[in-house]
Design a protein around this ligand. Structure first.
Ligand SMILES: [Zn+2]
Length: 305
C-alpha cells in the first residue's frame, strides 16, 4: 500500500483500559506524544454501578475524563470498550454512547469488545462452522453462552445501535507485527455478522511482554520492507510502568520505532485511509474460512488474543 507523506509503513496502537490508572496513562501517552506517535486509546464512558469484572479507570472519574479529552485534543483517538467495567443492558450501552458523544464530540470510530455480556459476536461467535466447534471444545465451553450483544432477544442486545454508531470493530488478533499481511481484507464487512459495519484485525501485544515480543527489530524491518500496516493491540495497564516509571525496554523500543519512516496515526484514521484507497471489502466465504482458521491455529498454538 502507498502511505501518505512518502511514509514507508503504517503503525498504530489500540490500547484497552483494563487495569490502567491515570498515572500510567499520563506516563505512556506523554512518551508517545513526545515521539510523534498518535494512537488509539479505548475507554469506558460510565462509572461502574455494580461489581467490576476488571480494574481500570473509567470516564466516570472527572479527572481521568479530562485527561482523555486532553489526549484527544493532542491528536489521539478515543475509542469504545463497551459501557463500563461490568456487563451492561441495552439502555446502559446507549447511555454510555451518549456520554461518549458528550465527552468527545462524536460517536466512537473504533471499538474493541470488553468481556462483558454485551460483547458483540464474541467468544465462539468470533468464528463459525467447524472452527466454532473446535474453539468451544478447546475453551471447554467457558466462553459459550456468555456474549449477547448481537442477540436481539437478549437484554444486552445493542447490535442495531452498534451498526448505526460505530464504524470499525476489532475481532482477530495475530502473532505477526504486520496486521495487514495477516488480514489483507481489513477493513471488511462480514455478511454473517451484519450488526458490525466493518471489522479490523490487530497484532498481539496484550501486555508488555507480548508487546515487545511482537514489536521486535526484525519484525519492524520486515514491516517497513513490505510497506505494511500494524495495529498493535495492548493494555498499557499491564506491566508498562513499574514503581511510577516507564519500563526501560518499552521506552527504547518505542524510540527506535519512532526513528523509522512510519505513518503514525490513530487506528480510525488508518482504517479510513485503507477504506478510501480501495473501498470496504466484503468477506467471501473462502476468505472467511482462511481468516478464521489462521486465527484459530494461532489462538490454540500461541495463545493470541
Ligand atoms: Zn477489556
Amino acid at each position: 500500500m502507498i502511505w501518505p507523506d512518502g511514509k514507508r509503513f503504517a503503525f498504530t496502537i489500540f490500547d484497552d483500559p483494563d487495569s490502567q490508572t491515570e498515572q500510567t496513562s499520563s506516563l505512556v501517552y506523554g512518551l508517545l506524544e513526545d515521539l510523534g506517535l498518535r494512537t488509539t486509546k479505548a475507554v469506558w464512558p460510565l462509572a461502574p454501578t455494580r461489581e467490576p469484572n476488571s480494574p481500570g479507570e473509567t470516564c466516570g472519574n472527572p479527572s481521568f475524563r479530562r485527561h482523555c479529552q486532553q489526549l484527544q485534543e493532542r491528536g489521539f483517538e478515543i475509542a469504545f470498550h463497551n459501557a463500563t467495567c461490568h456487563s451492561a443492558t441495552r439502555e446502559e450501552t446507549i447511555e454510555a454512547l451518549e456520554r461518549f458523544r458528550d465527552y468527545f464530540g462524536h460517536d466512537p470510530v473504533t471499538m474493541a469488545n470488553h468481556y462483558n455480556e454485551e460483547a458483540i459476536y464474541w467468544g465462539p461467535a468470533r468464528v463459525g462452522g467447524l472452527a466454532r466447534l473446535l474453539y468451544q471444545s478447546a475453551t471447554m465451553g467457558r466462553t459459550s453462552g456468555r456474549f449477547f450483544g448481537h442477540v436481539p432477544s437478549h437484554a444486552a442486545f445493542w447490535g442495531d445501535v452498534c451498526l448505526a454508531r460505530v464504524r470499525y470493530c476489532r475481532n482477530f488478533v495475530f502473532a505477526m507485527l504486520d496486521t495487514l499481511q495477516a488480514c489483507p481484507w481489513m477493513p471488511y464487512y462480514d455478511p454473517l455478522r451484519p450488526y458490525v459495519r466493518a471489522w479490523f484485525a490487530a497484532s498481539e501485544g496484550a501486555d508488555r511482554r507480548a508487546f515487545l515480543k511482537t514489536l521486535s527489530e526484525p519484525a519492524l524491518a520486515q514491516l517497513e520492507e513490505a510497506g505494511g500496516a500494524c495495529i498493535l493491540y495492548t493494555h498499557f495497564g499491564l506491566g508498562f510502568v513499574d514503581d511510577g516509571r516507564l519500563h526501560a525496554d518499552f521506552v527504547s523500543r518505542m524510540r527506535r520505532l519512532a526513528s523509522r519512516p512510519g505513518w503514525f496515526v490513530p487506528a480510525g484514521t488508518l482504517l479510513a485511509y485503507i477504506e478510501q484507497q480501495r473501498g470496504l471489502q466484503t468477506l467471501t466465504d473462502a476468505a472467511r474460512r482462511r481468516l478464521e482458521w489462521r486465527w484459530l491455529r494461532q489462538k490454540l498454538l500461541r495463545g493470541t488474543s
